[in-house]
Design a protein around this ligand. Structure first.
Ligand SMILES: Cc1ncc(C[n+]2csc(CCOP(=O)(O)OP(=O)(O)O)c2C)c(N)n1
Ligand SMILES: [Mg+2]
Length: 378
């Protein structure tokens, strides 16, 4: 079956136009597209074997439902002045959950600021996430694997870090994989290109995941790139990129499983472009109605990952109304408990902001620290 990528407009792209019909073609490239569940939860093509594993599938479902509810609570806390800026995963829960669920504990996660779902799957406690977004660095001293990286707020700078991590894993001959998540906007950053190039040259055990949610704050994808796909950017770096339906958690898990296994096996890096849609505002500091229409957003609600998987699970008799009610009650309880722990945590003293940047604090900062601590210089 051919899996050649299609031009978004259906016409010949600038990139694929032949320079001269008389010249021989010396290289051809393809981009595959992976999807299993249709937006209504019906089966589009034969499912991977794990899709009959009710335990795994319901775990993926539970994680996505929890994430959505947790996000809602975090926004409520921010709106009432009890949390800092926060980025929800609304509509793209399948990306971080699908990816993290295919990782081993010893693998290394390098997440962006929107990847709460991956952190929680890997054992980070929800109250730790609230602490971080509440401005308390102790949130980064989390219960997930200590070798995982914290949220990366600068766009794309986790990609070179990931290349460094993967290089170290390779040098040490460890059968571990670095997994780096970022957005469509990040793919325009030099950091990302450089990391991909380095990963390709050194055949690193590194899986790049682009959560292509169509927007980089107010910048739409069509202004981000002239490429037909973001997956094809991997080709220029010498490895495979594939497009995945990022609202289909079965496809996300399957793609991640295959890419991580190949990287662990010494076959080098891989890029997964997860095509999804950001149904919410960019963050709590944004108002997306200023730059996109309600109709556009509404149309994408038909594709969202949670109802899609629920429809499949119900059709397979893996999930019932009672399960749904129980899950909702459990999630509410867990979210409320996390918020209670967070709100009951006494804030740190302001001078502690200087405590984790330097082994030896430069005098200029030391003086500021003393001032904040109320220790006046003589
Ligand atoms: C280096 C850097 N430049 C600019 C910003 C401001 N900024 C924060 S998020 C963002 C857009 C990122 O879009 P994308 O990579 O698509 O990720 P998404 O937010 O959609 O998940 C920008 C420009 C930043 N955080 N870091
Ligand atoms: Mg984006």
């Amino acid at each position: 079956m051919s899996c050649r990528g299609h031009n978004r407009s259906g016409s010949e792209s600038v990139a694929s136009r032949r320079i001269n019909q008389d010249l021989p073609v010396i290289a051809r490239f393809e981009v595959c597209h992976r999807s299993y569940l249709a937006p209504d939860g019906s089966i589009q093509r034969p499912l991977p074997a794990f899709a009959s594993d009710a335990k795994l599938l319901t775990a993926l479902y539970r994680a996505m439902v929890f994430l959505r509810l947790f996000d809602r609570k975090a926004v409520a806390l921010q709106r009432t002045g009890r949390l800092g800026t926060y980025a929800v995963s609304l509509g793209q829960e399948a990306v971080s959950v699908g990816i993290a669920s295919a990782m081993r504990e010893e693998d290394v996660l390098l997440p962006s600021y929107r990847d709460n779902g991956a952190l929680i799957w890997r054992g980070v406690r929800p109250e730790e996430i609230l602490l971080f977004w509440g401005g308390d660095e102790r949130g980064n001293q989390f219960s997930g694997p200590a070798h995982d990286f914290p949220f990366c707020v600068p766009v794309g700078s986790q990609a070179p870090h990931a290349a460094g991590v993967a290089y170290a894993l390779k040098l040490r001959k460890q059968a571990r994989v670095a997994v780096c998540l970022f957005g469509d906007g990040a793919t325009s950053k030099g950091d990302v290109y450089e990391a991909m190039n380095f990963a390709g040259v050194h055949k690193l055990p590194l899986v790049f995941v682009v959560a292509n949610n169509q927007w980089a704050i107010s910048v739409p994808l069509r202004l981000q790139t002239a490429c037909e796909t973001l997956a094809q950017k991997a080709i220029a770096a010498g490895f495979t990129g594939e497009r995945v339906d990022g609202s289909d958690v079965v496809a996300m898990h399957a793609a991640a499983e295959a890419a991580i296994a190949a990287a662990r096996d010494g076959k080098g890096p891989h890029l997964i472009e997860a095509v999804t849609y950001r149904l919410g505002d960019h963050t709590t500091s944004d108002d997306a109605s200023r730059y996109r229409s309600a109709d556009d957003v509404q149309a994408h609600w038909k594709e969202e990952p949670i109802a899609r998987l629920r429809n499949y699970l119900v059709a397979q008799k893996m999930w019932s109304k009672v399960d749904e009610e129980q899950l909702a009650a459990e999630c509410h309880e867990r979210v409320d408990a996390a918020a209670d722990v967070y709100l009951a945590t006494a804030p740190r003293r302001p001078e502690t902001m200087f405590d984790h940047l330097y082994a030896d604090l430069p005098e200029a900062y030391a003086a500021q620290r003393r001032e904040l601590a109320g220790e006046h210089d003589a």
